[in-house]
Design a protein around this ligand. Sequence first.
Ligand code: ADP
Ligand code: MG
Length: 354
Amino acid sequence: MQKLAVYLPPMNTEEKRTDVNTLGEFGLIEHLTRPFSLHQASSIKGIGDDAAVLDHGDLCTLVSTDLLVEGIHFDLAYTPLKHLGYKAVVVNVSDIYAMNGQPKQITVSLALSNRYSVEALEELYAGIRLACEKYEVDLVGGDTTSSPKGLTISITAIGQAEKERIVYRSGARPGDLICITGDLGAAYLGLQLLEREKRIWQEHPGIQPNLEDQKYAIGRQLKPEARKDMIEVFRKINLVPTSMIDISDGLSSDLLHICKQSKVGALLEEDGVPIHPDAQMLALQFKLDPITCALSGGEDYELLFTIDPSDVEKIKYLPEIYIAGEIVEEAHGTRLQTKGGNLHPLKAQGWHHF
Ligand code: ADP
Ligand code: MG
């Protein structure tokens, strides 16, 4: 075959260069994907929710992908590979539950440097397998490639839902109640604890950390669970939330996603935000306000959802569902009412990865 003539234009040093940080993660996604339009009638929901929704008649397919990069999303100094594998699956199936769907299959793609031995990868896959068993999903494929440095894991989850039971971020209406499935902030505090112990260990190798008292927060960070049980409860009590998202970036950021997509505001009550007593104690140790950890911490993987007020009887006596406020008109903004009765605008701070 004839060689292609390659013409490389001279490098233009005048070319406009915008740092990705100026847009932020969500701004960047919006900026890059805005020019795309959907061509297929089967693409019911593309970009912008916890998972994409593909039409297959009465049943829809849900698809969600996550990318985990060593040094950005995980640190192997304190994350056992088995836990990492487990968590990588959990964060993906969580996005399918956040659509009120059932995850069915996953694919796992790896880019790895030669630092990783077969034994290390076996550990990673032992964690992936454990999660596959717990959430009843099948590993059906993936891709493996080498990388100059570190480990990158990309998991795609494929799920299923009945069309009329799918819950989007965009369905909240003024008057709806804001609900949360479990306590918040502990995963973030667990991470602070692990980071602190890592620093101590780096300065004084040999000192073994004693984390016995902090099992709860560390467990929330290293071995989170997705709320499969709650999706089953919703079906049992015949409830379809009006909107839903999983709390991966922090309550503030994720509630703001619901508000933006639903074109509504929210009044969140500090008193209604569940925080575990261990997280309260730990926050004080770190001189942090527990509510700030719940609002901005992230990685709790609880479900944040809204319900029509006429459905309140269905959830009122369920121990693991907390009512934390109300959806209001968009013009009223998104605000937190503190225990002292003051109002503060909610800010999205769930953006530490870039
Ligand atoms: P989550 O926190 O629930 O995993 P993300 O914030 O990662 O959700 O993504 C929000 C939406 O943007 C999703 O619909 C996702 O599919 C889409 N998205 C994220 N990154 C990209 C990308 N690089 N190109 C196209 N769509 C993207
Ligand atoms: Mg999500």
